[in-house]
Design a protein around this ligand. Structure first.
Ligand code: CDP
Ligand code: CDP
Length: 224
């Protein structure tokens, strides 16, 4: 296995990217970078400022004046700061999930985020998860994975996560929202959600996170 490698993990919402990426980073002693958290942080700020999300100029301007920091805690947990404020928990609110794809499709927003993400990856030894990591942000990544799961299963996971945080949502409504977000992420013109050429696709529907990590590590050890 290459040392200080760059590992890219992409896939739709609820496929298990962050859970698996975090566990993998811990096993390898790498840094985990959650790019979705960056788009979420900017979306939270835009919602709080009541910015018209259809106004691409305004949203791009906001991205340019916003400082987003991902601060690793113990190698697995990261805290997310937006202009110095800890927004780790606030960015997981359902309203942010509902609106984030509208912000993430703005080309000026992506340009800014991608620049930051490439800088964070410069020294290697990272696991980065998102939608366009293997295809656009880090096309030269040493290892690329594309996680999937059925919409039903992905919704079940997100529903449970929200419930664990005391947020009760209607399952069918959540399923519709997740499908709508996947569609927006897949259809946007700039850096859409796609499986990068050469990425190993893993259907996690019937797998535990630990099993997915083992598949990934085996693939990396075999140097494919
Ligand atoms: O955790 P979950 O799968 O719900 O989403 P996330 O990874 O936190 O990403 C939230 C949103 O950010 C996605 O639905 C995309 O619209 C956007 N995103 C993106 O456009 N590109 C990335 N590399 C990561 C996230
Ligand atoms: O980042 P992404 O939206 O792809 O998924 P996540 O935020 O990691 O959420 C996935 C949820 O499903 C977590 O609660 C995991 O414990 C659970 N899960 C998983 O990640 N992977 C599996 N193979 C099975 C369950």
């Amino acid at each position: 296995m290459k040392s200080r490698a760059i590992v890219a993990i992409d896939g739709p919402a609820g496929a298990g990217k962050s859970t698996v990426a975090r566990m993998l980073a811990k096993r390898l002693g790498y840094l985990y970078i959650d790019t979705g958290a960056m788009y979420r942080a900017l979306t939270l700020k835009a919602l709080e400022r009541k910015i018209d999300l259809e106004d691409e100029g305004a949203v791009t301007g906001l991205a340019e004046e916003t400082e987003i920091l991902l601060v690793p805690q113990d190698g697995t947990e990261i805290r997310v700061y937006c202009d110095g404020r800890d927004v780790t928990s606030a960015i997981r609110e359902p309203e942010v999930s509902r609106q984030v794809s509208r912000v993430a499709k703005v080309p000026g927003v992506r340009a800014r985020m991608v620049e930051l993400q490439r800088r964070m990856a410069e020294r290697g030894g990272i696991v980065m998860d998102g939608r366009d990591i293997g295809s656009y942000v880090l096309p030269g990544a040493d290892y690329k994975f594309f996680l999937t799961a059925s919409l039903e299963e992905r919704t079940r996971r997100r529903w449970q996560e929200l419930r664990d945080r005391g947020i009760h949502t209607d399952f069918e409504q959540l399923k519709k929202e997740m499908a709508a977000r996947d569609a927006m992420d897949s259809r946007r013109p700039v850096a859409p959600l796609i499986k990068a050429p050469g990425a190993l696709e893993i259907d996690t529907s019937n797998l535990e996170p630990e099993e997915v990590v083992e598949i990934i590590l085996k693939h990396m050890e075999e140097g494919r």
